[in-house]
Design a protein around this ligand. Sequence first.
Ligand code: DAT
Length: 173
Amino acid sequence: MRIQPNIIITGTPGVGKTTHCETLAESTGLKHLSINDIVKERSLHDGYDEEYKSWIVDEDKLLDSIEDEVKQGGYIIDWHACDLFPKSWIDLVVVLRVDSTHLYDRLKARNYPEAKLQENLDSEIMEVLLQEARDSYDEEIVVELTSNTSEEMESNIERIETWIVNWRENNKE
Ligand code: DAT
């Protein structure tokens, strides 16, 4: 039994995962688990994809590496995929969504290669990560939130903070 919840914040690169996770970690005391950073720091990859400018994650190594930590609870997992994490580890899945114009501007500002930028825009329009979340977890724990503006981000943060307070209340020892 966990006494702190585990939350996944997922969505297409550029939706605002890191920004949401950092703010929430600060306000709630949960730990921000950036899969991107961990994959690099712990070498949990099969090399670097030059075309896409990203690491090729070894999912088995990744899960083995974080299992003991995450099972204890209290983590906000920040990653652009969610179907690899076992259902039993996860209490809430937040899928952030963004309009194409905002996403285009954010990825352009990151100097994404054209192919990667287009692939991510398509993925957002096709709701790929929302579908992945719905296919992988119970419907009641999957929440879709929009992240176009800082006002929306503030309201998302408040909503997730309230959810955490309620979860803690309902899961006291
Ligand atoms: P991700 O971790 O999903 O790749 P990020 O948190 O790094 O995304 O955000 C990408 C950029 O967009 C960053 O400059 C912050 C900005 N941003 C994110 N969410 C936003 C929002 N809701 N309103 C305005 N800007 C936002």
